[in-house]
Design a protein around this ligand. Structure first.
Ligand SMILES: Nc1ncnc2c1ncn2[C@@H]1O[C@H](COP(=O)(O)OP(=O)(O)OP(=O)(O)O)[C@@H](O)[C@H]1O
Ligand SMILES: [Mg+2]
Length: 211
């Protein structure tokens, strides 16, 4: 089983939204996915409860109990765990990060968010965790700003070569307990999430599986 952990010290970057849609895209791609929500807000767990489709569960776990939740996920046959974390780095996130094979850091394309990504990147470098940054909530009408953000982030670490735009499909999918690939399979959000999952899956192949 491999562990993908969503992390960013900046709240609202899209950790939970991407966790949900990546979970569905990964399941479509053949993974058996277990979601683990370590955020007291419980947004990913709430999405899981709204979900009608079978085959993808979300468990809530305090950071100190993430390892046990991962063990249960593995015992139940999961090939991929997706761990969501809160938007504030505390001891809890550091604990949750310990078991990550790969950490995805969503960043909104604004100077405030790009600057706020730096401490996250520094912490991941200190922990020697493989990680990738992805620009999320990009305005399709403002590609210059996205490009500026991408240029700044490339210096910080591995930037996903695909981006995720601000699209209503993400709002509808969260409401429906679905992924964007389910709510609008032919939509642009679905295409972007599939590309992002393909990139993450490749990166994760380079890291040893957990047990
Ligand atoms: N690509 C997107 N397109 C449209 N809306 C998005 C997108 N990504 C996230 N959002 C919206 O942005 C807001 C923040 O997203 P989300 O809750 O996923 O971020 P988060 O990083 O998990 O936040 P927190 O740090 O509070 O846990 C939500 O209202 C969500 O619906
Ligand atoms: Mg969240």
């Amino acid at each position: 089983m491999r562990v993908l952990t969503m992390a960013s010290q900046k709240g609202g970057s899209g950790k939970t939204s991407l966790a949900a849609s990546l979970a569905v895209a990964a399941a479509d791609g053949g993974e058996t996915v277990a979601g683990i929500d370590t955020d007291p807000q419980g947004s990913l767990a709430a999405w899981g409860r709204r979900r009608q489709a079978q085959g993808l569960t979300v468990e809530t776990a305090e950071p100190a109990r993430v390892r046990q939740a991962l063990d249960r996920a593995k015992a139940s046959g999961a090939s991929l765990a997706i761990v969501d974390t809160p938007g504030i780095f505390g001891a809890g996130v550091a604990i949750a990060l310990q078991d990550a094979n790969f950490v995805l850091v969503p960043v909104k394309p604004s100077i405030l968010d790009v600057e706020a990504a730096r401490p996250t990147v520094e912490q991941l470098q200190t922990l020697r965790k493989p990680f990738g940054l992805v620009l999320n909530q990009c305005l399709t009408s403002s590609q210059g700003r996205t490009l500026d953000a991408a240029t700044a982030l490339v210096r910080s670490g591995t930037l996903a070569p695909c981006m995720v735009a601000l699209r209503a499909d993400f709002l509808d999918a969260m409401t429906a307990g679905q992924g964007v690939t389910e709510i609008a399979p032919r939509g642009k959000a679905a295409a972007e999430v599939r590309l992002l999952w393909a990139w993450i899956a490749e990166r994760m192949q380079e890291t040893p599986a957990r047990g």
